[in-house]
Write a protein that binds this ligand. Structure first.
Ligand SMILES: Cc1cc2nc3c(=O)[nH]c(=O)nc-3n(C[C@H](O)[C@H](O)[C@H](O)COP(=O)(O)OP(=O)(O)OC[C@H]3O[C@@H](n4cnc5c(N)ncnc54)[C@H](O)[C@@H]3O)c2cc1C
Length: 427
């Protein structure tokens, strides 16, 4: 991570272990995982449970990527609703994908329960809040599709959403009770702890700089000069993907997501703001998302500039959004400001690649990867253990760099400014 201004609300407990280098098995493994975020660690945990020898290497500290910095909203589903997935992927794969998408929040709460992870969480749902009639219609359509599949979801009218959020300006919304909130840094650290206890090696401060295949075995070299061998390598570097695998970084558009956290709210305000502890994303094109933290703060996030932030004023747009929703919070201090990177793909779906046998890569969560990567890690481990591609919910696709990738970010920045203006008009 850069030395830019960033002061996250999520803090590692003093007791969190550091993961040191220390290799067994003569440096040869069934699987080496590059990247120790939720994707890498979930894969490691399930692969170790399946009896594979596993080593995770992260360029920095566990949790320093998006996994330890995010909003902690555990939301099932993909960007697309069930009917779109069926149309796009056909009946068989489409149905399997819908089932997978429906299960991604379970993947988080099940592992917290089954592995007894010490992670603060609340599972009372996620609200997609609608501020226009169009957004309300989209919510009704989504509700119909998921309800017909037996999902625990509900449309909210104006009075219901006002009571549940305490926020101004929504016409209604959609409640998905499968969802919840966690402390994302605790979750990532705890995944590392249990993966390690299950037998996976985890090493921090080990940037992988070279991959080469010799006689069917992958040689993985780190910046510090260590060389390890593995039958399979999984690149779980996502928005932080560097040049390790040529072309991979050019398949995604990395964007910054910024967040702020207030001081813990006084009791009178706390009683009327998200009293049920739900997470919220609103329907604006450049959306904001928010929740309460376990220690009673409001935590709100949204897109931020691509240049690295250098002063608190770089988060001013989020402070304005917070006060627009909750004017009563005027005067409550903003105590934390931080940011991280998310990876977008042009089709808004995660991409799975296997450019050569035994070399796998996963990128692109469109800013919603806590549940997705937890579930995908388990499927990836199943695939590594069985070699059966039906374990993977998404088809393996070729690495296709985005044309004119270098200019893409400029385009995204211009689009964000334009969307913010449209949102301001609609407000
Ligand atoms: C500010 C913010 C808010 C978000 N809010 C939410 C939310 O509320 N809900 C939700 O579902 N999702 C949210 N997301 C998205 C979510 O955090 C990500 O989709 C998810 O954490 C991705 O996990 P990952 O393991 O794939 O990647 P990461 O956690 O980013 O891990 C990638 C790791 O790869 C390592 N790495 C990179 N290159 C190398 C190399 N060469 N060698 C070794 N290691 C390397 C990095 O150090 C990093 O630790 C948010 C993201 C951000 C940034």
């Amino acid at each position: 991570m850069s030395a830019a201004f960033s002061d996250p609300v999520w803090q590692k407990p003093q007791t969190a272990p550091a993961f040191r280098f220390g290799f067994s098995a003569g440096g040869a493994f069934d699987v080496i995982i590059v990247g120790g975020g939720i994707m890498g660690l979930s894969t490691a945990l399930h692969a170790a449970r399946a009896g594979l020898s596993v080593q995770v290497l992260d360029a920095g500290a566990i949790g320093q990527g998006a996994s330890g910095l995010n909003g902690g909203q555990v939301i099932p589903g993909l960007k697309y609703d069930p009917e779109w997935l069926l149309r796009h992927f056909g009946k068989e794969r489409g149905e399997a994908l819908v089932e997978f998408a429906a299960s991604t929040a379970d993947a988080v709460f099940d592992v917290i329960r089954d592995e007894k992870l010490a992670v603060p969480f609340t599972r009372n749902g996620w609200i997609q809040a609608a501020h226009t009639e169009t957004a309300l219609k989209a919510a009704a359509n989504r509700d119909r599709q998921w309800r017909s599949r037996g999902a625990d979801v509900k449309l909210l009218d104006h009075a219901e959403i006002a009571a549940m959020t305490g926020a101004r300006g929504y016409l209604g919304g959609w409640l998905d009770r499968r969802a919840g909130v966690i402390d994302p840094l605790s979750y990532t650290s705890e995944l590392a702890r249990v993966a390690s206890a299950t037998g996976a090696g985890i090493a921090e401060q080990q940037r992988v700089v070279k991959l080469a295949k010799e006689a069917g075995v992958w040689r993985v070299s780190t910046q510090g000069g260590v060389e390890l061998r593995a039958k399979s390598v999984v690149l779980a570097t996502n928005a932080y993907t560097d040049g390790l695998l040529p072309g991979l970084a050019q398949t995604i558009v990395p964007l910054h997501s910024f967040q702020i956290a207030t001081a813990p709210l006084p009791a009178d305000l706390a009683a009327s703001i998200l009293p049920g502890g739900q997470a919220v994303s609103d329907s604006r094109r450049i959306l904001v998302y928010y929740r309460r933290s376990p220690d009673g703060r409001m935590v709100l996030g949204g897109r931020g500039r691509m240049a690295l932030p250098s002063s608190p004023s770089d988060w001013a747009h989020l402070e304005r959004a917070l006060l627009r929703l909750y004017p009563a919070l005027a005067g409550i201090a903003i105590e934390k400001r931080w940011f991280g990177r998310v990876a977008l793909t042009p089709d808004h779906l995660p991409h799975l690649h296997e450019p050569e046998k035994g070399l796998l890569a996963v990128v692109g969560c469109q800013g919603r990867g806590v549940g997705l990567m937890s579930a995908l890690g388990k499927r990836m481990a199943n695939y590594l253990a069985s070699g059966d591609t039906r374990q993977l919910p998404f088809p393996l696709s070729p690495i296709r760099p985005i044309p004119f990738h270098a200019f893409r970010q400029v385009g995204v920045a211009a689009a964000i400014t334009w969307y913010r203006m449209l949102d301001a008009f609609e407000h």
